[in-house]
Design a protein around this ligand. Structure first.
Ligand code: F6P
Ligand code: MN
Length: 344
């Protein structure tokens, strides 16, 4: 762990400037990431101050998934849109809280590389009423060339085409985790300097783990490979795994992925039969894909059980998908169990 005093640490602004200098990212992408990070620090403040600003509780509206929106879901969405609207290379946005894509003022510009941004402005927002951990997730794709009228089809790129992805976590401290395809770097918000500083460079997820995360209340809806996996974990040292496992469930994907980045583990929101209309609970383009990119860039693995998450060609921006991700050996085991069931 980097234990240099804050003043000596690299700030996000310098980190991005170095990446531009070294030809790793465009100036536009650097400006875009800066705007996302600014939006995240503003969301952190909105979450922290919600009770004083009258922003707690339900907004008495529903998002496109039929989930009731919290006031802070709406506030966070507005903050991210406002910050990104001022970035000239951002052509259009998609959000969990917007039914359709939103074109930005620069949607038809062509004088620099353009980008599309997809985001979940406040993930895990059911945790707000218990002062629990929430976060924001984002994914960046290349926009079509100038002159092409942008529509939803341009957002339907598979996860392997992501240019950049990350998330912010609003916990005991606010952190911003970023990948541009060269590993994962973690920044912590320093309230004194009002900036993100590099505190967790080049994170690696251990290959093996004895910690799993799944919503056990859905057990009766799981398929056999997931039943088998959890049964064997719970059997502990006396079972086939010959090890005692630990379980966590925070009900905030950001918090679960963050724990896995910090100490390893596996997270499952698998295909289930609870609602046959959906393939899973989580959303492919602005939850599963960016988290899969982060996890894989840190040496972990991600799958639906049947296929790598980032290979799926999305059919809709708000499409749902089964998610299994984390420490490589455990994810490989689950893929193996799915393959065995497929040939039985
Ligand atoms: O965005 C969906 C989400 O809130 C995730 O952050 C979290 O992992 C999951 O839903 C929690 O689901 P459940 O309500 O089943 O615990
Ligand atoms: Mn979410």
């Amino acid at each position: 762990m980097n234990s240099a005093p804050v003043a000596e640490r690299i700030r996000l602004s310098l980190f991005l400037a170095n990446a531009v200098r070294d030809g790793q990212i465009t100036t536009g992408l650097s400006t875009l990431v800066t705007a996302v990070a600014d939006a995240c620090s503003a969301v952190a403040t909105a979450v922290e101050r919600g009770i004083f600003d009258g922003a707690c509780g339900n907004a008495h509206s529903e998002n496109v998934h039929g989930e009731s929106q919290k006031k802070l879901d709406v506030v966070s969405n507005d903050i991210v849109i406002e910050k990104l609207a001022s970035v000239s290379c951002v052509r259009a946005l998609a959000s969990e809280e917007l039914e359709s894509i939103r074109l930005m003022p620069s949607s038809s510009r062509g004088d620099e590389d353009g980008y599309l941004v997809l985001f979940d402005p406040l993930d895990g927002s059911s945790n707000l009423e218990i002062n629990g951990i929430v976060g924001s997730i984002f994914s960046v794709l290349a926009a079509p060339e100038a002159g092409v009228a942008i529509d939803e089809s341009h957002f339907l790129q598979s996860g392997v085409q992501q240019v950049c992805a990350g998330y912010a976590i609003y916990g005991a401290s606010t952190m911003f985790m970023l990948t541009t395809g060269r590993g994962v770097d973690g920044f912590t918000f320093d309230r004194h300097s009002e900036s993100f500083v590099l505190t967790h460079p080049q994170l690696r997820i251990p290959d093996s783990t004895c910690e799993f995360a799944i919503n056990m209340s859905n057990e009766r809806f799981w398929n056999e490979p997931v039943h088998r996996y959890v049964r064997e974990c719970v059997a502990g040292a006396e079972g086939p795994r010959r090890a005692n496992f630990n379980m966590r469930w925070i009900a905030s994907m950001v918090a679960e992925v963050h724990r896995i980045l910090m100490r390893g583990g596996i997270f499952l929101y698998p295909r289930d039969s609870k609602n046959r209309e959906f393939a899973g609970r989580l959303r492919l383009t602005y939850e599963a894909n960016p988290m899969a990119f982060i996890v894989e860039q840190a040496g972990g693995m991600s799958t639906t059980g049947e296929a790598p998450i980032m290979n799926i060609k999305p059919e809709r921006v708000h499409q749902r998908v089964p998610v299994i991700l984390g420490s490589k050996l455990e994810v490989e085991r689950l893929v193996d169990y799915h393959n065995q069931t497929a040939v039985d």
